[in-house]
Design a protein around this ligand. Structure first.
Ligand SMILES: [Zn+2]
Ligand SMILES: [Zn+2]
Length: 247
């Protein structure tokens, strides 16, 4: 009897679920967080984009597969390539906001679906990896938010690619102020010495995939990649769920 009541409760709970983006009721069979309509509006990152940082480029660049954007040509970038499935706008922006600022960890079901589709298409061209490392949050921020969104994403990535996830070795030592209000120079200054590696032996000669939620200007990821290289990591790759169209 109790099982039946529990079952019914679960069904009504599922029936009552609304799309986290447009608030329309979800189909009972839809166990993700967004409806089919919103899912179809997610913008996938399409060619052409920079072969290093995945920055979207004008369509005239389509014929040059190894093209680097001006920024990647100008500065030292310490990672080999950023793998990014979607553009950070519209539905995707809303979904990531729900996770980060409204603490709706249920959206991970939708984000998992995105990652699965992406990795299934990519499988053959993915580099061989030893470790998956989420971009850490400073402990103060972690306390405020209660979870590190990069770590939730990194867990899915590590499971899917069957690579070991390691957290706590790359540490955030400075409680940096939110990057969004700063210009490029200030962002760099803000992040100086923001990361440190606790145990260099764990990273030495390893191929590492750094994971974050969004690639905005790349300042945070580039700084973390630099610190990993200084800790003698062999190659650093990056995975982020979404790419801001213009840094
Ligand atoms: Zn919707
Ligand atoms: Zn680039």
């Amino acid at each position: 009897m109790q099982v039946k009541i529990l079952g019914e409760g679960l069904i009504s709970l599922l029936l009552a679920a609304d799309c986290g983006v447009c608030q329309h009721p979800l189909e009972p069979s839809n166990i993700t967080f967004v409806c089919i309509d919103c899912w179809s509006k997610i913008k996938w990152l399409k060619d052409p984009y920079c072969s290093k940082c995945s920055r979207p480029l004008p369509s005239t660049f389509k014929s040059i597969p190894t093209f680097l954007c001006p920024e990647c040509r100008r500065q030292n970038v310490y990672f080999n390539r950023a793998f990014i499935p979607t553009l950070y706008e519209g539905v995707m922006k809303k979904v990531i906001h729900l996770l980060k600022y409204n603490k709706k960890t249920g959206v991970m079901r939708t984000l998992e679906k995105i990652m699965r589709s992406y990795f299934n298409c990519l499988n053959s061209s993915f580099p061989s990896l030893d470790l998956v490392v989420p971009i850490p949050l400073h402990r103060k921020k972690l306390r405020e938010r209660g979870f590190n969104q990069a770590e939730l994403i990194a867990k899915v990535v590590a499971k899917h690619l069957q690579v070991r996830l390691t957290k706590g070795n790359l540490k955030r030592t400075k409680a940096t102020i939110t990057q969004t209000s700063l210009d490029r120079k200030e962002r760099k200054r803000n992040l100086r010495e923001a990361f440190t590696v606790k145990n260099r032996d764990e990273f030495q000669a390893k191929n590492v995939l750094l994971v974050d939620d969004v690639y905005t200007t790349g300042t945070t990821i580039k700084e973390a990649a630099k610190v990993l290289k200084e800790a003698r990591v062999k190659d650093v790759y990056v995975f982020a769920l979404a790419r801001a169209p213009q840094p």
